[in-house]
Design a protein. Sequence first.
Length: 188
Amino acid sequence: MTPPIIEGKKAELDGILQAAELMLVTARTAPKTGGRDDVLTLLVDGEEKEAIADEMEETTKEKEIRIYFERDAKNVRDSEAVVLVGVRGNKSYGLDCGACGYDKCSEFEKSQKKLGKYFTGPTCLFKALDLGIALGSAAKMASLLNIDNRIMVTIGTAALRLNLLPEATTIIGMPMSAKGKNIYFDRK
């Protein structure tokens, strides 16, 4: 029996989507402050990925650093998929460390949360650290699987505006690609 023929483009896309699923797993299982999990993840492709790029381009009309949103929107369009990692930064760790600007976590929890330029704040420092660790774990998985990626704040801003992770106060995006050359570096 002859083995089936699988076209390279299809296999590459399937591989990227499988890698993305593993990235979500590693983000979930990454160490968390005090073992409290407030990390959120989502894999987007197709229409949702295009909606993120559209929102990024729309954002260029109102942000003073619009060149980054335009450039990164092109990267999203040229990518096969995007991994989103967010965090419920409005939840406190309970240490009363003051890094959020409040003396006590109870004051932080009662504070008015508002959308800033890119994210909703104030944010608990420990939740932000958890987000960073989850992102690093996901990026490491992509690296191990030879999937090109880059951590982008601009994608997260668009995803937050689109309410793709409704409980998240901060989202960061990671576009994924498998081309002859990494499309996320040497950009203008």
